[in-house]
Design a protein around this ligand. Structure first.
Ligand code: ZN
Length: 71
């Protein structure tokens, strides 16, 4: 799955409405979900990847056009 390439292509098209997508820095999977044990005010927000099990505060953030669905 080369989703990052698709996203790059999307980003180069136009930038009227922005929507962000969070990707795993390890496997580039979009299945990253925040773990908010402490609601993020004492510790940095930690994200967990459903795909590879990565856990950490680092993530890739990309902006998507609104017309992209299910990315
Ligand atoms: Zn991952």
């Amino acid at each position: 799955m080369r989703i990052i390439e698709r996203i790059r292509k999307i980003l180069s098209l136009d930038k009227k409405k922005k929507r962000t997508l969070i990707l795993c820095p390890v496997c580039n999977s979009p299945g990253l979900s925040p773990i908010s044990k402490f609601s993020g005010w004492l510790t940095p927000k930690i994200y967990r990847c459903d795909k590879c099990g990565y856990k950490g505060p680092v993530y890739l953030e990309v902006e998507l056009d609104e017309q992209v669905k299910g990315a």
